[in-house]
Design a protein around this ligand. Structure first.
Ligand SMILES: [Zn+2]
Length: 263
């Protein structure tokens, strides 16, 4: 379900319903994350995904952020679309980590309802990236334009536009700030091109790479492991190795075409 100003209230209501479950899942996740000593949420997420055989490939489809794919041996591996702007990729990192971990923490609560599971994964992702302090942070900013302030929040919390607005909207309801609720609704469906975001980020001296795609091609641990094994007499390994190498070549070509503007 795409979230727009029309279903924003419904989305926030749904978030209230799943809040306790997500808070429990956050607690579980934090225990599980204790073994990593990585401070920045996006780098931490990337490391967790890499440990789970992450594949990063650019797929020229702006509606596709990523997925969990099951290998023939039953192993579940995350795939991230690096055609997406980096901020969106960070959000997808945590979204997919939710899917990777949901069955371990509350197996009795796995939802068969697709939209609800997706909302849970999204809500989890925003809780991992955006602190509850967003509201106060937003109001402490000296800038006067709404979009400028949101861009600064995007840069600080490393989260996409709509994720920031939803979280801010929830706080605005909590603080009974009707005016801010209205402003958020008016601006919610704003859709800027990558170039416009880049311009805005540059104007505000923010990191403009965050609003650009990375087009990264990386088969990480998967490639490392098939290359480690001596495969000379094992058909299955040779096939896997050839398959991964061919896939890598294919996506390196896609990357080249994207970078030269051919795609
Ligand atoms: Zn999902």
């Amino acid at each position: 379900m795409r979230i727009t100003s029309k279903n924003l209230d419904e989305t926030v209501k749904l978030n209230r319903q799943i809040e306790n479950e997500i808070q429990r899942h956050l607690k579980f996740t934090h225990r599980f994350l204790a073994k990593y000593d990585i401070q920045s949420p996006e780098k931490l997420a990337l490391q967790i995904l890499k440990d789970n055989y992450l594949i990063q490939i650019p797929i020229p489809d702006s509606d596709w952020g990523g997925a969990i794919r099951e290998l023939p041996n039953g192993k579940k591996i995350p795939v991230i679309n690096t055609f997406q702007p980096r901020l969106y990729q960070y959000f997808i990192y945590w979204h997919e980590i939710y899917h990777l971990t949901e069955e371990f923490s509350n197996s009795h609560e796995i939802s068969t309802e697709f939209d609800l599971t997706e909302r849970k994964a999204d809500y989890f992702a925003s809780q991992m990236l955006i602190s509850k302090d967003l509201y106060n942070y937003f109001f402490a900013l000296k800038q006067t334009e709404f979009i400028d302030k949101v861009a600064i929040c995007m840069d600080t919390f490393k989260a996409p536009y709509k994720a920031i607005l939803i979280q801010l909207y929830e706080s605005a309801i909590e603080y009974e700030n009707k005016r801010l609720q209205e402003i958020i609704k008016t601006n919610f469906d704003l859709s800027l091109s990558i170039e416009s975001w880049e311009k805005l980020f540059k104007k505000l001296s923010l990191d403009e790479n965050l609003v650009k795609p990375s087009f990264k091609v990386d088969f990480g641990l998967l490639k490392y492991e098939v290359n480690q094994v001596d495969t000379s007499d094992d058909r299955a390994y040779i096939e896997t190795k050839e398959f991964i190498n061919a896939l890598e070549q294919k996506y390196l070509q896609v990357k080249g075409k994207l970078e030269s503007g051919e795609l």
